[in-house]
Design a protein around this ligand. Structure first.
Ligand SMILES: C[S@@+](CC[C@H](N)C(=O)[O-])C[C@H]1O[C@@H](n2cnc3c(N)ncnc32)[C@H](O)[C@@H]1O
Length: 307
C-alpha cells in the first residue's frame, strides 16, 4: 500500500471544474442520463465508482464497495473520515491518495489520468457519498473530461448512530420524519439553518451532520426559540469505530456534556424523542389494521408501511 499525499505532475490539468459542472448541469436539464434507466444501484458499471465507505467499521462497507476496493489500483479516500482499518483490510495492494486539502483542479486530473491509463480507480467517501459528500461536482468534472462515473451507496453515519442508540429514527406516534441537516456556519447562512423548525415540528428526528463543534450554539438557539429544554439529544462520536462514544442528554444540558468530553468533530447529533425510543405505540404493520378491508398485498403495504 502506497500513501500518496501530493500530485506533483506539472502537466496535470483538468480544465475549469466550474465550467464542467455548469455544462453537465445544462445537459441534465435538457435530457436525463440514459444510465438512470439502464442501471440499478449496486450494478457493476463502467467508469469510476464513488463508493460509500460506511460510517467506519469495515464490516459496514457494502459487498459492492468491498469488491471494488479489492480490485482497485488507485483509491482516493476522504482522509481521517475513513477508518484506516478499512483501508488496511481492503486496499493494501492499492495506491492511496488522501483527498483532504486537495482541490478539484488537482483531484480530477489525478483520477482521470489513472483511469485513462487503464487503472481501476475508486473514489471513497465516508458514509454515503450522497450525504454532505460533494461527490456530484467531482463526478461532473470527470464526466466532462470523458470519464464515466457512478455511485455505490454506503451506510450513512446517522444510521450507524441509530443502531448504536438501539432506536429507530422513525417511530410510531413519536417521529414520522427524519431530517438530515447541518447547522449554520461557513457554508449555511442563519436563514438556511432549519434545525429549530425541524425540532418545532415535534415529530421529526433531526440528524445533525458537521455540527459537533457547534453543539452549544445550536442548543442555545433552540432554547432562545422556546423549545423544551428536556427534548432528548444523543451525540454519537465516531459511530461504529473502536473509540465510539455515546453522550445522552437534553437540549438543556448536552452542550456541557459534549464540551466536557472534548469532542469538536466526527459526531452525529440526534435530536428528538426517538433518541430514547420511549413513548411509541405498536405499529399497524403487525396488527389487524394492516389487513382491514383489503386482501390486496400492495395496498396493504401502502397503508401500513413496509418497515
Ligand atoms: C462531511 S460529512 C460526511 C457525511 C458522510 N457522507 C455520511 O454519510 O455519514 C462529515 C460529518 O458526518 C458525520 N459523521 C461521519 N462519520 C461519522 C461517524 N462514524 N460517527 C458519527 N458521525 C459521523 C459527522 O457529523 C461529520 O462531521
Amino acid at each position: 500500500m502506497t500513501e500518496t499525499t501530493t500530485n506533483d505532475d506539472p502537466d496535470a490539468s483538468g480544465g475549469d471544474p466550474q465550467e464542467a459542472i455548469d455544462a453537465q448541469g445544462a445537459l441534465r436539464r435538457e435530457e436525463l442520463d440514459d444510465r438512470i434507466f439502464d442501471h440499478n444501484a449496486g450494478d457493476e458499471q463502467e467508469g469510476i465508482p464513488f463508493v460509500g465507505a460506511g460510517p467506519g467499521n469495515p464490516r459496514l462497507l457494502t459487498v459492492a464497495g468491498k469488491e471494488l476496493l479489492e480490485e482497485a489500483d488507485l483509491v482516493v479516500h476522504a482522509g481521517s473520515l475513513v477508518n484506516s482499518e478499512l483501508l488496511d483490510e481492503y486496499c493494501a495492494h492499492a495506491e492511496l491518495v488522501n483527498s483532504v486539502g486537495k482541490d478539484l483542479e488537482e483531484l480530477i486530473p489525478l483520477m482521470r489520468d489513472a483511469y485513462e491509463d487503464g487503472e481501476n480507480v475508486v473514489r471513497l467517501h465516508s458514509g454515503d457519498p450522497a450525504i454532505y459528500g460533494a461527490a456530484l461536482e467531482q463526478m461532473d468534472a470527470l464526466e466532462h473530461e470523458g470519464v464515466p462515473t457512478y455511485f455505490v451507496p454506503g451506510v450513512t453515519s446517522a444510521f450507524a448512530a441509530s443502531a448504536t442508540l438501539r432506536t429507530q429514527l422513525t417511530l410510531n406516534e413519536v417521529s414520522n420524519h427524519v431530517a438530515f441537516t447541518r447547522p449554520q456556519g461557513k457554508t449555511l447562512t442563519e436563514e438556511e439553518d432549519h434545525i429549530s423548525e425541524f425540532v418545532g415540528m415535534g415529530d421529526v428526528t433531526s440528524c445533525i451532520y458537521l455540527g459537533t463543534h457547534a453543539v452549544r450554539d445550536t442548543m442555545d438557539r433552540l432554547l432562545e426559540d422556546g423549545h423544551d429544554p428536556e427534548t432528548p439529544v444523543g451525540v454519537i462520536y465516531h459511530a461504529s469505530w473502536p473509540d465510539e462514544d455515546v453522550i445522552i442528554g437534553t437540549v438543556g444540558n448536552i452542550a456541557d456534556k459534549v464540551e466536557e468530553a472534548g469532542y469538536r468533530a466526527s459526531a452525529m447529533v440526534v435530536i428528538g424523542d426517538a433518541v430514547t425510543g420511549a413513548g411509541y405505540e405498536r405499529s399497524f404493520l403487525y396488527g389487524d389494521w394492516a389487513n382491514r378491508g383489503s386482501s390486496d398485498t400492495n395496498e396493504t403495504e401502502t397503508q401500513a408501511g413496509d418497515d
